[in-house]
Design a protein. Structure first.
Lengths: 287, 318
């Protein structure tokens, strides 16, 4: 029984991990907590669902969904955050809150409040793994999450742009001296994180109905995962994501599914109060 | 003093010149002024951004609602208990949470807010669950029932004006100055001998109590409350009102409430003519966009703009 919960938790954990990595990337490069992260996932899910039900290939719908999320992310950075780039941190956080609300409102205006569905990526029943079962879509989610993380790792470690992004995260001023433009890096960070959130969004959509307000919960849980892992490292975010996913499923199974959403926030409070540097307490990235 | 007289005259005179609809709007606006003034004290003067004001609002509303509707207690007692309970909750939540700074604090308050809504929704037995709490009685003072918009309006605005007056006095007091010192630099204030932890907690408790009073008045006005009215979005609306009005001005909260109320009604009236079938989603978009714009171009809000436009005066102005 416990194993079943843990297994379900690993799948949803992969999603939280993707969103959390996006948070950490933006935080380390720009110094802001991006409240709109969840909305990027929502935009991807809704766009993909709309495209899929209009007929046409699923793969194209997914790609368009992720592209739409990326575009929204870039727009939010350029339109909402760039003009206020000299403002104090508190102001910037409120701006991302405002942006997330605006995006949600636009989604409501475009798609109304009816839920949309996305077909599962492959047909077939759940697969058995020992005493537990895992749905095919969950396997897809896990696979996609792992591939995305490997790709991200490759990007950060092996590519020049990735190295520039990491440099900016480590020390903005010195990076500027090295010829890296921080404004461009901010934009890139947002685009990248939005793309990750978009992938998470389209991956989760088949398992649940997509609605205009799904972004808030997703974003917040991804955020909790990021804080749990310590906002300094993407690896921490990944671990945090899986932990939160598993904890949530165990709580839903053992305690009550209504309160399972509260679990993530209770964890957040605990972490903020007792170990704000997160589980992987290190001083990597922004102090 | 000069500003108070015309303000009181305006408040007293409004229901006699305005229709029923506007008076009803004004009742809600008065309640919001109470809540947002508390928030202004916390965010504007003490510099602590709380995303949980709607939580204390909800605590006040549910306290008043449950006491009068479920336990049959005299509603006036509920209105007195609500700020006490909300303030106590503010103390309980504030003590641990105010150790956090900056965005960590905001996120901590956000977490509490979200947990509160979930608790309200899950505790169907006694809170009425997601469908809400109904049958909250209207207020009455002896034989005189306060069940018209106009009579309730006077009650609400009497409290609102009292709260604003108190705010005015507090801001000019040594306590208020200590808060502003903390907002400017917590470290420096501490070095000057300000007990920052205690002052922040006091501001938090006062802010929560204001929200509690507002919530109780709201419950008795609407006679029906539900968990989704006290969530993250409502907290954000309060923050927008405080920010738009001007976080550092005593007149910020009423200006902000007035501006938002007017804007929302304008949108509701005008929008269906331009875009047929448009609904509340545009309200939501408006809030988001407004928040972004205010924070980017006018972080001092409307009161700040007004101050800049007014010719320079000697002495300290509000």
């Amino acid at each position: 029984m416990l194993f079943q919960h843990l297994l379900s938790g690993v799948a949803v954990g992969g999603l939280y991990a993707l969103i959390a990595v996006g948070f950490v990337t933006i935080y380390n490069v720009t110094g802001i907590i991006n409240f709109a992260q969840g909305e990027f996932a929502m935009v991807a899910a809704m766009t993909a669902a709309t495209m899929a039900s209009a007929g046409g290939s699923l793969a194209v719908a997914l790609a368009v969904g992720v592209a739409a999320a990326t575009l929204v992310g870039l727009l939010v950075q350029r339109v909402a955050l760039y003009p206020a780039r000299r403002s104090p941190e508190v102001v910037l956080i409120i701006i991302t809150i405002g942006a997330s609300i605006a995006v949600r409102g636009i989604a409501l205006a475009v798609w109304k409040s009816e839920p949309r569905s996305l077909p599962a990526f492959s047909e077939g029943g759940p697969l058995a793994l020992g005493p537990a079962v895992i749905s095919r879509q969950d396997v897809w989610v896990l696979g996609i999450a792992l591939v995305a993380m490997v790709a991200l790792f490759g990007f950060f470690e092996r590519s020049t742009v990735g190295a520039a992004l990491r440099a900016c995260a480590m020390n903005r001023e010195v990076s500027r001296l090295m010829g890296i433009a921080p404004d461009r890096m901010n934009l890139l960070a947002f685009g990248l994180s939005a793309a990750l959130a978009g992938v998470a969004g389209v991956a989760i959509a088949p398992g649940m109905l997509a609605t205009y307000d799904m972004g808030l919960m997703l974003g917040l849980k991804g955020f909790v995962a990021a804080v749990l892992g310590g906002l300094g490292s993407p690896l921490g975010a990944v671990i945090g994501g899986f932990l939160i996913g598993m904890l949530e499923q165990v709580a839903a199974g053992m305690v009550s599914s209504g309160y399972k959403d509260a679990l993530a926030f209770i964890v957040l409070l605990f972490v903020l109060l007792f170990r704000p540097a997160g589980l992987l307490a290190r001083t990597a990235g922004r102090p | 003093m000069r500003t108070w007289l015309p303000l009181v005259a305006l408040v007293v005179g409004l229901p006699f010149v305005a229709g029923r609809f506007v008076t009803g709007l004004a009742v809600l606006a008065g309640i919001q002024v109470i809540v947002v003034t508390g928030l202004g004290l916390l965010v504007g003067h003490a510099g602590q951004v709380s995303l949980a004001q709607a939580t204390f609002y909800g605590i006040g509303a549910y306290t008043a609602g449950l006491l009068s509707a479920r336990a049959g207690v005299n509603p006036w007692i509920g209105i007195a208990v609500a700020p006490l309970l909300a303030g106590a909750a503010g103390y309980a939540i504030g003590r641990p949470i105010l150790r956090l700074r900056g965005h960590h604090l905001s996120l901590g308050t956000l977490a509490f807010g979200l947990i509160f809504v979930i608790v309200l929704q899950e505790g169907s037995g006694w809170t009425g669950g997601p469908s809400g709490l109904m049958g909250i009685p209207r207020l009455s003072a002896g034989a005189f029932a306060l069940d018209t918009d106009r009579s309730y309006y006077f009650l609400v605005w009497a409290v609102a004006l009292a709260v604003l007056f108190l705010y005015h006095k507090l801001v000019r007091s040594p306590w208020g100055r200590a808060l502003r010192a903390i907002a400017a630099s917590e470290v420096a204030a501490g070095a000057m001998g300000v007990d920052t932890a205690r002052r922040k907690l006091e501001a938090f408790v006062v802010s929560a109590a204001c929200a509690g009073v507002g919530g109780a008045l709201y419950a008795h006005y609407m006679t029906f409350i539900s968990p989704d009215q006290f969530g993250f979005y409502t907290s954000v609306v309060f923050v927008v009102m405080a920010a738009l009005g001007g976080l550092h001005s005593v007149w910020g909260p009423p200006i902000g409430v007035l501006a938002i109320t007017a804007l929302v009604e304008l949108i509701r009236e005008a929008l269906p003519k331009v875009v047929p079938g448009a609904g509340s989603e545009y309200e939501i978009i408006l809030f988001g966009v407004l928040l972004v714009i205010i924070m980017t171009f006018a972080p001092q809000g409307l009161a700040g703009l007004a101050r800049r436009l007014r010719p320079a005066r000697g002495g300290v102005s509000a």
